[in-house]
Ligand binder design. Structure first.
Ligand code: GLA
Length: 664
């Protein structure tokens, strides 16, 4: 039996290590309120069998905990907390505030959010709360306070999980009032707001704060700067909700870490800003098992989460089998759950958890898999879960260790928000797709990547790439220039440095300092490409976008056809590169691999087969085989494979979805 988690107060700041205590956490969301109590005992038996050492309780338990306004029913949760403690399983206790009970909306309609068309989001689903509602916040604080007071000293408690996937927007009246307050704080005067929003266009000048609304259903395009600020406001309001609950639980348990689970690369919240307020950065990750690039999608989110955490992070949710929210929902083929779980560990996760422990028999997610599927203990899903639990126990030594990357990919939510506005030149050049394309190129070149914000210190990276940073602050531009001046290599993609923080286009269509950096004399026109269209260039084909520009750079690759024939497509000026189109995947990989090599950034291993991903974490080398046919990997020297216990000399063969974790 695993020892019971410690909850003795310490003076050290709470981190993920406080909860892991040198182990890897393994488990998932446990929703026992859906099951009779006999099943709880069965659950404990199976959890022990699978090596589960952590469960998240209470994520959607508000109606059960507070059946009537102000009433409390903690008896069932007391029994569960005790049961978990007796079993040596730590509890990540959630505040239940993402799904208010039906009585709340009925008695307090002001707690319900409205969309841009004025439609109410009713109870009957989940996340039907307005971040701006004083009533909602009062109830949320009260239940959080009582939960924290009751379980603060419970020996099973290891971590707090606030709310769940914060993601609601609200365009209603209380949100409108909060939006005005937020804008007053940002701009101080109406003049400043009118200037920032460019309200001279279309007669939008505001003469009173009361005239300002969230972007609501309008006859034609909303003001883009208003939309941008509304996104900023929404992220900040949700953050306020998180902070209010975080501060309550922290007051009761300063020695325990607090997290809230992000959705992967989700547009709604500025995860850089949020991560600063979390003790543990956690994410939910559901690549499509049929997606040829599912593993890369996973790697991208894992790299981003690790970078936000600045160290180990928590995979809060993944699926043991199918999800149920795609058009067609595929199960995970044999070995894939294990492969992707170990990939998360390779890329820095110290916790591998699932939604959810036992697959529901009722409710909206009854066809979403669980660690224990409808097939039960004998089912393939649970058998594979057991194997993963056993293997993670062999990898505890990885807990707390880090990953060093030579390459950083820059990403900023505010820029993304500004870039996705209506009224742009192309909806094909979608920011996340561009980001994925660049990460994919580096991932396939076996280069380890971090993510960073454009204003972060970039000094430790040999190569910094900017797939697309449409809006950059002056500080960010200064940061990029300083990075290159100090010897760094910078590669920027199209539509970078176009706008400032208010979404105002910079004179010349791209910031003058950046144009000088890249050797661009004049940027005449943007020439977006249609879906599927390509443009012939020197040695490759470009996609999505092209640009008509004049340059005086050290090296150029030209467009070879059409209107832009002979004009530069790719420019290098000193150590700064600019790509005015998105090269097709092979070409982008080749180009970035060449630039990385010139900058001194090395692949994890030389000569890796295409389907094998390699990651160094601490002193361990993870090899992850994403293909189905056996491959042999050259790994010079003698190693110990932690998974098999065998000695590996110079080469190792990996079967279908095989994994090796090698210690030199
Ligand atoms: C999210 C939620 C979970 C569950 C899963 C299903 O990640 O946090 O409650 O709905 O999706 O995929």
């Amino acid at each position: 039996m695993t020892p019971a988690p410690e909850t003795e107060p310490t003076s050290a700041p709470a981190t993920l290590a406080t909860a892991t205590r040198g182990r890897l956490l393994f488990g998932g969301d446990y929703n026992p309120e859906q099951w009779p109590e006999e099943t709880w005992h069965e659950d404990v038996r199976l959890m022990k069998d699978a090596g589960v050492n952590s469960v998240t309780l209470g994520v959607f338990s508000w109606a059960k905990l507070e059946p009537q306004p102000g009433e409390r029913d903690f008896g069932w949760l007391d029994r569960l907390m005790d049961l978990m403690h007796e079993a040596g399983i730590g509890v990540v206790l959630a505040t239940p505030t993402s799904a208010p009970p039906p009585w709340m909306g009925r008695l307090h309609p002001d707690t319900l959010p409205r969309d841009a068309d004025g439609r109410i989001e009713w109870w009957g689903g989940r996340q039907h709360f307005s971040h701006s509602s004083a009533t909602y916040r009062r109830y949320a604080a009260a239940i959080t306070e009582d939960l924290a007071a009751r379980y603060a000293s419970h020996p099973a408690l290891t971590m707090w999980h606030i709310n769940n996937e914060y993601c609601t927007f609200d365009h209603g009246d209380e949100a409108a009032a909060a939006f005005r307050r937020w804008l007053r704080e940002r701009y101080g005067t109406l003049d400043a707001l009118n200037t920032a929003w460019g309200t001279a266009f279309w007669s939008q000048g505001y003469d009173t704060w009361d005239g300002i609304l969230p972007p609501r259903h309008a006859h034609y395009l909303n003001n883009p700067s208003q939309v941008l600020d509304f996104r900023r406001f929404t992220s900040d309001m949700l953050l306020e909700c998180y902070l209010a609950e975080r501060d309550i639980v922290r007051r009761h348990t300063p020695h325990l870490p607090v997290t809230t689970n992000f959705m992967p690369l989700w547009i709604g919240v500025d995860a850089w800003r949020w991560a600063e307020e979390e003790d543990v950065v956690s994410v939910d990750l559901y690549p499509d098992p049929r997606d040829r690039l599912g593993a890369q999608q996973g790697a991208l989110v894992q790299d981003m989460t690790r970078s936000q955490a600045r160290g180990p992070w928590m995979l809060m949710e993944q699926a043991a089998g199918p999800v149920n929210w795609r058009g067609v929902n595929h199960p995970k083929p044999r070995g894939l759950n294990r492969l992707w779980s170990l990939q998360a560990v390779a890329r820095g996760a110290d916790a591998v958890c699932y939604f959810q422990w036992r697959q529901s028999r009722q409710g909206a997610e009854k066809f979403h898999s669980g660690m224990v599927s409808h097939a039960g203990e004998e089912g393939r899903t649970f058998q594979e879960v057991k194997r993963i639990g056993a293997e993670l126990r062999r990898l505890h030594e990885v807990s707390g260790t880090g990953i060093t990357a030579d390459v950083a990919i820059l990403h900023d939510w505010h820029s993304w928000w500004a870039a996705t506005q209506d009224g742009r030149l192309s909806t094909e050049a979608d920011h996340p797709d561009v980001l994925r394309a660049w990460h994919r190129a580096l991932w396939q070149a076996h280069l380890t990547t971090d993510f960073a914000h454009p204003e972060h210190d970039l000094g430790r990276y040999k190569l910094v790439v900017v797939p697309q940073a449409y809006a950059l602050t002056d500080t960010a531009i200064g940061n990029l220039l300083a990075y290159v001046a100090q010897g760094g290599t910078l590669v920027c993609g199209f539509l970078t440095g176009v706008a400032d923080q208010d979404d105002r286009v910079r004179p010349g269509g791209m910031d003058a300092r950046l144009r000088e950096l890249f050797g661009i004399r004049t940027l005449h026109e943007w020439w977006p490409l249609d879906a599927g269209e390509t443009v012939e260039c020197d040695g490759f084909r470009g996609t999505l976008w092209s640009e008509e520009l004049e340059a005086e750079a050290d090296e150029t690759l030209a467009y070879k056809a059409g209107e832009l024939d002979g004009l530069p497509a790719v420019l290098r000026n000193g150590r700064a590169w600019y790509l005015s189109t998105l090269p097709e995947p092979e070409a982008l990989r080749g180009l970035l691999a060449r630039i990385a090599s010139e900058a001194g950034a090395r692949p994890v291993l030389d000569g890796l087969p295409a389907d094998v991903e390699a990651v160094r974490r601490g002193e361990l080398l993870f090899l992850l085989h994403h293909g189905r046919e056996p491959v042999t990997v050259t790994v010079p020297g003698t190693h110990h494979d932690l998974l098999t216990g065998e000695t590996v000399t110079d080469r190792i063969t990996l079967g279908r979805h095989g994994v090796a974790v090698l210690r030199p």
